[in-house]
Design a protein around this ligand. Structure first.
Ligand code: GTP
Ligand code: MG
Length: 451
C-alpha cells in the first residue's frame, strides 16, 4: 500500500464530466507535477482548485482538482480527484500522465480495498459499496446504504461481544480454580447465554433470506406442458409481446427472460419450453432446460389448461413442482372447463385467462402473500445479504450449538471454550478481521475499476 494508485472513476464513454481518482501518500505531489494553477502542495485540505492539466507546457484540459488529505477521505489516504471535461481521449491522456509521473493503475475495487485495509470500513461495509453500485431497486439501495452505515456490522459486533464476555468468564474460572464447584457454576451461567446467542444467530440467518430476496429478487420460472399459455403469461406480466405466442405446440424452445418489480422486489421471470416427450432435438434440449430450471428457481408458476384434461406428463411435473414454492395457474378459463381441478391436490390456485388479461392482479397478490412482501416494506433493512457472510454465520452457529451440546454432556470447560473461540473467529471473518489474502483479492476483483 506504499504506492499511489490512479483510475478513471466515472463510466467509460462520453459524458459531460469525468473523474480521475488518485490515492496514496504521493498523490498531491504527483498531481501537482502536471497541474497548472495553485501549488497543490500548499493548499488546504478538502478544497477544490481550478486550473489546467499540462504536459510540459501544453494544456491538456481545464480541470477542477479536489485535494483531500488523510485521514478524512474514502481510502483514509491522501486523495486527489480530478474533474475534467468528459471526453474519452482527454481522460485517458490525464491518466497516462499520472502514471508517467509515478502513479500505478489501480486494480478493480482497490480504493475500497484500501479503505478496508486502513480500517476505515469493515468488510461488510466494503461489500455494501459494491451493492450500492449494483442496486436495481430502491429497496436494494436502502439495504446497501444501511449496511454501509454499519448497522449490519453492529448485529455481528453485538454477537461477538456476547461471546467475548462468556470467554472472559471462562478464563477467570480456569485461572482461579481454587473455588469449589467452579465447573458447575460456570456451566449454569454460560448455558442460557449461549442459548440466547444461538437464537439471535438463527433469527439473523432466517432474516437473511429476506435480504437475499431484496438484493437478488425472486427467480420465477413459468413451467407447464406445451400450449397451455406460458408465453402468453410472460407477455402479460411484462406488458409487452416479448415471447412468440402461437397455437403450435413447442413454440418456445429457449428460455426467455423478463423482469418486473413487485412491491419493490425484482421478479426475474423465465418462460420455458413446454415439457413433453419429443423427437425434435432442439425442442428436447429446451425441455431438459425447463426441467432443470424447476430445481434452480425460487418460485414456480405451474400453468395448466382449463380446457384439457390432466395428462400423465403433467402429473410427473407436478411431483417435482410440489417440492418447491409454487403457484398453480389454471389458464384459459374463458374456455369450457375440462380439467378436474379437485383431483389435483395443488395449493395456491389462481384462475386466469391470459387471452382476456384476467387474473393477473390475483396472481400478483398471491406472490406478495407468499413472500410476505407487504411486511418487508416495514422492516428495518438490516440483513446479512451475501452468500459469504451468511455461510460464515451458519458455521459460527454450528459451533455455538456444539458448545451447548458439550456443556449438556458435562464436558470440561476448556473443551467448550474451544468451540466458542472458533465461533468468535467466524464472526470476525464476517467483518473481515483476519481475512485470508486470496479471498480478499477475489472479493475485491468483482468491483468496478476506479471504485
Ligand atoms: N382461449 C385462450 N387461449 C389462450 C389463452 N392463453 C393462451 N392462449 C392461446 O394458446 C396458444 C398457446 O399459447 P402460448 O402462450 O404460446 O403457450 P405456451 O405454453 O408458451 O406454449 P409452448 O411455447 O409451445 O410451450 C396460443 O394460441 C394462445 O393464443 C387463454 O387464456 N385463453
Ligand atoms: Mg411458449
Amino acid at each position: 500500500m506504499d504506492d499511489t494508485i490512479a483510475a478513471i472513476s466515472t463510466s467509460s464513454g462520453v459524458g459531460a464530466i469525468s473523474i480521475i481518482r488518485v490515492s496514496g501518500k504521493d498523490s498531491i505531489q504527483i498531481v501537482n507535477k502536471i497541474f497548472k494553477g495553485k501549488n497543490l502542495n500548499n493548499v488546504k485540505t478538502h478544497t477544490i482548485n481550478y486550473g489546467y492539466i499540462v504536459e510540459k507546457e501544453k494544456k491538456i484540459d481545464e480541470v477542477l482538482v479536489t485535494v483531500m488529505k488523510a485521514p478524512k477521505t474514502f481510502t483514509a489516504e491522501d486523495t486527489v480527484e480530478i474533474n475534467c471535461h468528459g471526453g474519452i481521449i482527454t481522460t485517458k491522456k490525464i491518466l497516462e500522465l499520472l502514471i508517467l509521473n509515478g502513479c500505478r493503475l489501480a486494480e478493480p475495487g482497490e480504493f475500497t480495498k484500501r479503505a478496508y485495509l486502513n480500517e476505515r470500513i469493515d468488510l461488510l461495509e466494503a461489500e455494501a459499496v459494491m451493492d450500492i453500485i449494483n442496486s436495481k431497486t430502491e429497496k436494494s439501495l436502502s439495504l446497501a446504504i444501511n449496511q454501509l452505515s454499519g448497522n449490519t456490522s453492529n448485529l455481528i459486533n453485538k454477537l461477538k461481544e456476547k461471546e467475548l464476555k462468556i470467554l472472559s468468564n471462562i478464563e477467570v474460572n480456569i485461572d482461579y480454580p481454587e473455588y469449589e464447584d467452579i465447573e458447575v457454576l460456570t456451566n449454569d451461567k454460560i448455558l442460557p447465554k449461549l442459548e440466547e446467542i444461538k437464537e439471535e444467530m438463527k433469527d439473523i440467518i432466517k432474516n437473511s433470506e429476506e435480504g437475499k430476496l431484496i438484493k437478488e429478487g425472486i427467480n420465477t420460472a413459468i413451467i407447464g406442458r406445451p400450449n397451455v399459455g406460458k408465453s402468453s403469461l410472460l407477455n402479460l406480466l411484462l406488458e409487452e409481446e416479448k415471447a412468440i405466442v402461437t397455437d403450435i405446440e413447442g413454440t418456445t424452445r429457449d428460455i426467455i427472460e423478463g423482469k418486473i418489480v413487485l412491491n419493490g422486489i425484482i421478479l426475474n421471470i423465465l418462460d420455458t419450453a413446454g415439457i413433453r416427450k419429443t423427437d425434435n432435438i432442439v425442442e428436447e434440449i429446451g425441455v431438459k432446460k425447463s426441467i432443470e430450471l424447476i430445481d434452480k428457481s425460487d418460485l414456480i408458476l405451474f400453468v395448466l389448461n382449463n380446457n384439457e384434461q390432466l395428462t400423465e406428463e403433467e402429473m410427473n411435473i407436478m411431483e417435482k413442482v410440489k417440492e418447491k414454492k409454487y403457484i398453480t395457474i389454471i389458464n384459459k378459463c374463458d374456455l369450457e372447463n375440462k380439467l378436474e381441478i379437485e383431483k389435483l391436490n395443488l395449493k395456491n390456485i389462481i384462475y386466469m385467462s391470459t387471452l382476456n388479461k384476467e387474473g393477473i392482479i390475483e396472481l400478483k397478490n398471491k406472490i406478495i402473500e407468499i413472500y410476505d412482501l407487504e411486511e418487508i416494506e416495514n422492516n428495518d433493512m438490516t440483513y446479512l445479504n451475501n452468500a459469504r457472510s451468511i455461510a460464515l454465520l451458519k458455521e459460527s452457529l454450528n459451533l455455538v450449538e456444539n458448545a451447548i451440546k458439550n456443556i449438556k454432556n458435562a464436558f470440561p470447560i476448556d473443551i467448550v471454550e474451544i468451540d466458542i473461540k472458533e465461533s468468535c473467529t467466524k464472526l470476525n471473518e464476517i467483518l473481515g478481521e483476519n481475512y485470508n489474502e486470496n479471498l480478499l483479492n477475489e472479493l475485491f476483483s468483482n468491483f468496478c475499476l476506479g471504485k
